[in-house]
Write a protein that binds this ligand. Structure first.
Ligand code: DX5
Ligand code: ZN
Length: 219
C-alpha cells in the first residue's frame, strides 16, 4: 500500500506570516506543503509566483508540492524548478502540449504531476500517465479555497487506481478541494494517498486538532 501523505495548502494561511504558518504544519507532521499558483487567467484569482516558492524553500525541508493553475504552464516550469519545487503539477486543460510540458518538468529533475478539473475525464490523461509521478484529481473547481467537496469526482480516483494497476505504473493519487475529516476517508477508500487540505487546517480554531483528525482518518 502507498504511504498516506497530508499536504496542507497555504492558500488559506496568513500570507503576511507564511514562514510561521509553514513551520506550524511542519511541526504538526505535515508531509507536503501544497502551494497554489494562480494566474488570473486559467482561474479567476491571482496568488503567488516562483519568488514565494524560493523564499519558502529556505525555510522548510518539507516537499514543496506546486499546483500550477496557469495557462500554458510550460512558460514558467524552469522558474518554478529553479525556485526549489519538488513536485510541479500542471493542468491538462491549460496546454495543448501536455506531453511536452510534462517532459519539460522531468528534464529539470523535478517530479511531474498532471491534474484534471471536475469536468475533465481520466481518458484525457491516459497517454501521459507513464510520464508522471503524481495525478491530482480536483474535488472542487479550482480557484478558491473553502468550497464544498464534489463526491462525483471519486469515481475518477477509482478509475485511476484500476488504470495504474493495468498499466503497471506507480504514480501517487492526490485529491484537492473540500477535504476535511469526513471527506478524507471517502478519498482514501477510493484509492487516493495524498490529501490536500487548506481551509480545514488553516481556517480552523485549532490547526493541531485538524491535522490530528486528518492523520487519524487515514492511518
Ligand atoms: C483550489 C486549490 C486548493 C485549495 C483547497 O483551487 O487548488 O489547493 O487550497 O482549499 P480547501 O481545502 O479549503 O478546499
Ligand atoms: Zn491546489
Amino acid at each position: 500500500m502507498k504511504t498516506m501523505k497530508i499536504a496542507p495548502s497555504i492558500l488559506s494561511a496568513d500570507f503576511a506570516n507564511l514562514e510561521r504558518d509553514v513551520k506550524l504544519v511542519e511541526e504538526l507532521g505535515a508531509d507536503y506543503i501544497h502551494i497554489d499558483i494562480m494566474d488570473g487567467q486559467f482561474v479567476p484569482n491571482i496568488t503567488m509566483g516562483p519568488n514565494v516558492v524560493a523564499a519558502l524553500r529556505s525555510k522548510t525541508k518539507l516537499t514543496l508540492d506546486v499546483h500550477m493553475m496557469v495557462d500554458l504552464p510550460e512558460r514558467f516550469i524552469e522558474d518554478f524548478a529553479n525556485a526549489g519545487s519538488d513536485i510541479i503539477t500542471i493542468h491538462q486543460e491549460a496546454t495543448p502540449h501536455l506531453h511536452g510540458a510534462l517532459q519539460k518538468i522531468k528534464n529539470t529533475g523535478t517530479k511531474a504531476g498532471v491534474v484534471i478539473n471536475p469536468g475533465t475525464s481520466v481518458e484525457t490523461i491516459k497517454n501521459v500517465l507513464h510520464l508522471v509521478d503524481q495525478v491530482l484529481i480536483m474535488t472542487v473547481n479550482p480557484g478558491f479555497g473553502g468550497q464544498s467537496f464534489l463526491p462525483e469526482c471519486l469515481e475518477k480516483v477509482k478509475e485511476l487506481v484500476r488504470l495504474r494497476e493495468k498499466m503497471n505504473l506507480d504514480f501517487d493519487i492526490e485529491v484537492d478541494g473540500g477535504v476535511d475529516d469526513m471527506t478524507i476517508g471517502l478519498c482514501k477508500q477510493a484509492g487516493a494517498n495524498v490529501f490536500v487540505a487548506g481551509s480545514y487546517v488553516y481556517g480552523a480554531k485549532s490547526p493541531k486538532e485538524s491535522m490530528n483528525k486528518l492523520q487519524a482518518a487515514v492511518n
